[in-house]
Design a binder for this molecule. Structure first.
Ligand code: NAP
Length: 249
């Protein structure tokens, strides 16, 4: 029976400094992968994550940059490729929210969320796929959200970015399947990270009532899905969106 073994693989994890990205980086490292983690602002959190990765014997490096900037990503991926020699797994995880009703949503709030969440996925896929094609293997995992499937009042920008990621994933899977590159998405539900900290206790309780498992998800819950999709357990899985929401949707 195949087990999860990422020994010798190099994984880029965007937004790897904290939350879901950190859990994915650690889980992949625990299973043998080397990690290039990308963050933008939180250098202390990135340093801490880097330390935790290295403490478990992982060959890891942190790269600072804005995932929404095409030119920056091209240069960063080239630097990662030079540092590690290959790129086997790309986890497009970095994301932000600017929640408000459409009537109050500024152009800036729309652009920031679309560029950070969706354009970034294009940026990294564009930079990494030539490398993966030359290697004749690769895995891409894009972090969507259940609201990209269901929609959500107050999150038109975020939901649109996540729906875009799901369609991008399906299209890229069709483009790259013949090159032995698998492309999948994960759609988390309500996960306990800094992103969901600002919700009021009432909002949290109302969401919990709609979750079959009656608990908020943890970053590790999502990391296990990423591990599966990155591993040889998923060799015949591509173009899919794996919902990880405790039965919310
Ligand atoms: P988080 O704790 O807020 O972490 C976000 C990460 O993204 C941080 O490492 C952050 O780095 C990085 N990031 C944000 N903007 C960036 C930029 N422009 N360039 C580079 N890095 C950037 O969020 P999370 O909850 O772990 O979410 C991770 C992913 O899961 C996101 O795509 C999110 O939409 C998705 N998701 C989350 C939930 C949930 O309930 N938490 C549910 C569904 C989907 P800095 O701090 O350094 O900026």
């Amino acid at each position: 029976m195949t087990t999860i073994d990422l020994t010798g693989k190099v994984a880029i994890v965007t937004g790897g400094s904290r939350g879901i990205g950190k859990a994915i980086a650690l889980a992949m490292a625990q299973n043998g992968a080397s990690i290039a983690l990308v963050y933008r602002h939180a250098s202390e959190q990135a340093e801490q994550t880097l330390k935790e990765l290295r403490d478990i014997g992982c060959d890891a490096e942190a790269f600072v940059g804005d995932v929404s900037c095409f030119d920056e990503v091209q240069q960063q991926v080239a630097a990662i490729h030079e540092r590690f020699g290959h790129i086997d797994i790309l986890v497009n995880n970095a994301g932000i929210t600017h929640d408000t009703l459409l009537m109050r949503m500024s152009e800036q709030q729309w652009d920031d969320v679309i560029n950070t969440n969706l354009k970034s996925v294009f940026n990294y896929a564009h930079a990494c796929t030539p490398i993966m094609m030359r290697q004749r293997q690769g895995v891409i995992i894009n972090m969507a959200s259940v609201v990209g499937i269901s929609g959500n009042a107050g999150q038109a920008n975020y939901a649109a970015s996540k729906a875009g990621i799901i369609a991008f994933t399906k299209s890229l899977a069709r483009e790259l399947g013949s090159r032995n590159i698998r492309v999948n998405a994960i759609a988390p539900g309500f996960i306990d990270t800094e992103m969901t900290l600002s919700l009021s206790p009432e909002q949290k309780e109302s969401i919990l009532q709609r979750i079959a498992l009656r608990r908020q998800g943890t970053p590790k819950d999502v990391a296990r899905c990423a591990l599966f999709l990155a591993s040889d357990l998923a060799t015949y899985v591509t173009g899919q969106t794996l919902v990880c929401d405790g039965g919310m949707s």
